[in-house]
Write a protein that binds this ligand. Structure first.
Ligand code: CA2
Length: 166
């Protein structure tokens, strides 16, 4: 069975209590329940965690190397600051989808930069809590897609290409 680690970064435990206009009114435990429900439907095992601590998130990402096939992460404010989280994601090299509840590209300039975007499969931003469910479907599709096997290096087998003359 596929196992996916879902991580929520700092302050996301406050969802549904403040900043309702930006982040919506759905509390984190309700988002998590929806993630688990969809995971059941897809026959995927999810492990959903939240931390306010950068180092803890880094440790969890590192640990995902054994036993998990993919990661979904909303690094929250660490999106815009954390080289450590980026490096951990790059080190484990698991397919990862970055999720943001709000559209980080339509807010303050400092939110437009994501340190993790360069090492992820993709980013979902601005679709509210549905973003996590889309990420789960997308990652599941990615992990279960049949891909053609790589052919052995064909460079030697083909005849050299000549530049065409006009
Ligand atoms: O839109 C997102 O999901 C963010 O990752 C949320 C982060 C923010 O720093 C990112 O730029 C975008 C903030 C999460 C804080 O969540 C709160 C929820 C309720 C009340 C206060 C903060």
């Amino acid at each position: 069975m596929l196992r996916i680690l879902v991580l929520h970064g700092p302050n996301l435990n406050l969802l549904g209590t403040r900043e309702l206009g930006i982040y919506g009114s759905v509390p984190l435990d309700a988002i998590d329940a929806d993630i688990v429900k969809l995971a059941d439907e897809l026959s995927v095992e999810v492990d959903v965690r939240q931390s306010n601590h950068e180092g803890e998130l880094v440790t969890w990402i590192q640990e995902a190397r054994s036993g998990y096939q993919g990661v979904i992460i909303n690094p929250a404010a660490y999106t815009h600051t954390s080289v450590a989280i980026r490096d951990a994601l790059a080190a484990v090299n698991l397919p990862t989808i970055e999720v943001h509840l709000s559209n980080i590209h339509q807010r303050e300039d400092f939110r437009r930069q994501s340190y993790v975007a360069g090492v992820t499969l993709g980013q979902i931003s601005g679709l509210g809590s549905a973003g996590y469910l889309l990420a789960l479907r997308g990652l599941h599709g990615h992990l279960t897609a049949r891909r053609p096997k790589k052919e052995p290096s064909s460079k030697m087998a083909t005849s050299p290409r000549r530049a065409r003359r006009r």
